[in-house]
Ligand binder design. Sequence first.
Ligand code: 5GP
Ligand code: ZN
Length: 139
Amino acid sequence: MENCIFCKIANKELPSSILYEDEDVIAFLDIKPVNEGHTLVIPKKHFVTLDDCDEEVAKHLIVVLKRLNISVCKAVNCEGIFNAVMNGESAGQEVFHLHFHIIPRFKDDGFGFRFPKSYEIKRERKMLDEIAARIRKEI
Ligand code: 5GP
Ligand code: ZN
């Protein structure tokens, strides 16, 4: 996709610090790491979100992600790994080429979620069951 920075990185038209590459997937260091070793794993083919992504590519991405979690953690000696994928602008996506984050975590590293007030309320089973039923209809 023209003007997509991650397509350009995948095609080696822009520099990046690559740590893994195969036919369909490439992984490189995030230019603004939360912590040392912060990695992005992307399909070489341009998909905007996981919804758009070919299922075979998605499966392979998860396998690579699982393996790289272990390698990154060993390399930077972290205490845990946070994986994230932002799907859409409202979810915080800034680069519109599908990517999974591998973020090494350390106790008290200052990274975290900001939860809304609604998060503090445990919902009634009836309400949760209604929402689950609504979602099941869409599967
Ligand atoms: P998201 O879309 O998941 O919110 O975040 C995009 C991520 O891509 C950010 O963590 C940002 O630092 C990273 N990023 C943006 N531009 C570049 C770039 O040109 N090179 C690299 N390596 N990472 C980038
Ligand atoms: Zn792209």
